[in-house]
Design a protein around this ligand. Sequence first.
Ligand code: ZN
Ligand code: ZN
Ligand code: ZN
Ligand code: ZN
Length: 326
Amino acid sequence: MVENSCGFIQLESSKFELAMAPGGNVCKDVHDSHPTISGYDISTTKAESNAIQSKGTAGLAGKHGVYSNNGVHELLECPVCTNLMYPPIHQCPNGHTLCSNCKIRVHNCCPTCRYDLGNIRCLALEKVAESLELPCKYQNLGCHDIFPYYSKLKHEQHCRFRPYNCPYAGSECSVTGDIQTLVAHLKDDHKVDMHDGCTFNHRYVKSNPHEVENATWMLTVFNCFGRQFCLHFEAFQLGMAPVYMAFLRFMGDDNEAKKFSYSLEVGGNGRKLIWQGIPRSIRDSHKKVRDSQDGLIIQRNLALYFSGGDRQELKLRVTGRIWKEE
Ligand SMILES: [Zn+2]
Ligand SMILES: [Zn+2]
Ligand SMILES: [Zn+2]
Ligand SMILES: [Zn+2]
């Protein structure tokens, strides 16, 4: 067990350490100069012996999961930003680890010992991570799955329990939460109009329609089939052309959004434009839906024609319906 007393990390990268700190027993130096991190070394050693014992067996990542071993889990937290570290994990010549984002931020100077970081990978820790299984970070929101360390991040980006972003457009709103929370937030904080029913008849009036700036938008929420739908209406510049666009987003995931359809109609002076579509999930950002032009688009000239009168005022009547596909 002599090698264990020096720690797995040091063994793996001893070549680098010798090159960077010639003549020193790095493991001993670490203990002497940084007594506070001795727990770190001990945990690493434990993880290493586990890994060695279970090599070639399924034991380590099996039912019991190593994630219960807090020591190992903590080892993988970057001491600078406290996020979990992913390859390449870096270390200084004295063995202090940090994540690749932080390595750039600290300008190559170890935040713990001020030594030059160099370009030393901590392959051992990367391998220990590979053997771990961790619960999804949305465990408290209902996800009970457990993932190999390196798949966890990817899963979390798509986990169906992850919170939704606030669907309000026009200002960057950082509020996240489940649908119920967001509906209350839209009502209370953004003063959004809420309507019950699956048909609607809306009038959009604007007195100076020749100012088309991206900030012109409206949001209305419909309660329909026990679910919520966001009707967006806005003016923006599509290429050279000023346009108005209306589209619907579903407050829920994409697989459920697909079960609904909607239609929008706008017209006047005996003309009519009709759009039929499928609401987009609010997982897709407002901007993404707008940029994909997945909605009713009305050129401003036509919109003014629909408005009648002297083209000095925009008066659009948009009617619509939401239904469930069987
Ligand atoms: Zn970091
Ligand atoms: Zn250091
Ligand atoms: Zn999950
Ligand atoms: Zn908001």
